[in-house]
Design a protein around this ligand. Structure first.
Ligand SMILES: N[C@@H](CCC(=O)N[C@@H](CS)C(=O)NCC(=O)O)C(=O)O
Length: 227
């Protein structure tokens, strides 16, 4: 079978989601670095793969895809390996709902409003927008409420099953960023099932194999000065 190619960057939350799916499925793939934030303008050749100029993009034989949820679903369905989508229709619907929630609400709040403002901007010596952080935390709390309700006492976000699903893979890179902010860590601690879920995800080989230079490569927030 042709080797799939993923285009993206190690620092990118969405690229990491796609890599998690490929690794959880044990798929050998080529990773072509596209440092999207360094490309101005984004080259025509890349825009032909991703007309919105985002990462990741994906190619497998004749099939070219963008939009991470479509990529991870294809990866799960086109290749052998552990199933990343639950079989019971209700759990599958919950998984899809969580992926939608993460794309529509969590990504901007957790990553851009809280992580980038609270963690990245001070590192770059840029002014921090406290109002944006406060607004992001409100949305983040709503996301945590919903996710905590879904996970209940289960191990994985869709609330059932012995293995993580595409919902867990979609959420973990976003929460990895969020908990780099003190307010993010404190919020997760107020949701013990989510805190335990994140620890479970962080320990998975796929997460360990895809460290983000902005998260795992950054100074340890609990041990300043250490990497
Ligand atoms: N809806 C897209 C979102 C992808 C996305 O926003 N990627 C970010 C990096 S994590 C990006 O390419 N940002 C570039 C930009 O905003 O110019 C997906 O699901 O793949």
């Amino acid at each position: 079978m042709t080797k799939p190619v993923l285009f993206g960057a190690e620092y990118s939350v969405y690229t990491r989601i796609a890599r998690l799916a490929l690794i959880e499925k044990n798929i050998s793939y080529d990773f072509e670095i596209v440092d999207i934030f360094a490309l101005d303008p984004v080259p025509e050749a890349y825009l032909r793969m991703h007309p919105f100029g985002r990462i990741p993009a994906f190619r497998h034989g004749q099939l070219a895809l963008f939009e991470t949820a479509a990529i991870t679903r294809y990866v799960d369905e086109a290749f052998a390996g552990p199933a990343l989508q639950p079989v019971p229709v209700e759990v599958r619907a919950r998984m899809a709902q969580i992926v939608g929630l993460l794309d529509s609400y969590a990504y901007r709040a957790l990553v851009w409003d809280v992580f980038v403002e609270r963690v990245r901007k001070p590192l770059r010596g840029e002014p921090v927008d406290a109002a944006r952080i406060a607004a992001g935390l409100l949305v983040a709390e709503r996301c945590c409420d919903a996710l905590a309700g879904f996970i209940g006492d289960a191990d994985w976000l869709a609330g059932a099953g012995a293995r993580p699903t595409l919902a867990d893979l979609h959420a973990a890179p976003m929460f990895a960023c969020f908990r780099m902010a003190p307010e993010g860590r404190a919020m997760l601690e107020r949701y013990p099932p989510l805190d335990r879920w994140f620890a479970r995800m962080a320990a998975r080989p796929a997460m360990r194999a895809t460290p983000s230079p902005m998260v795992e490569g950054a100074p340890d927030p609990d041990r300043p000065g250490r990497r």
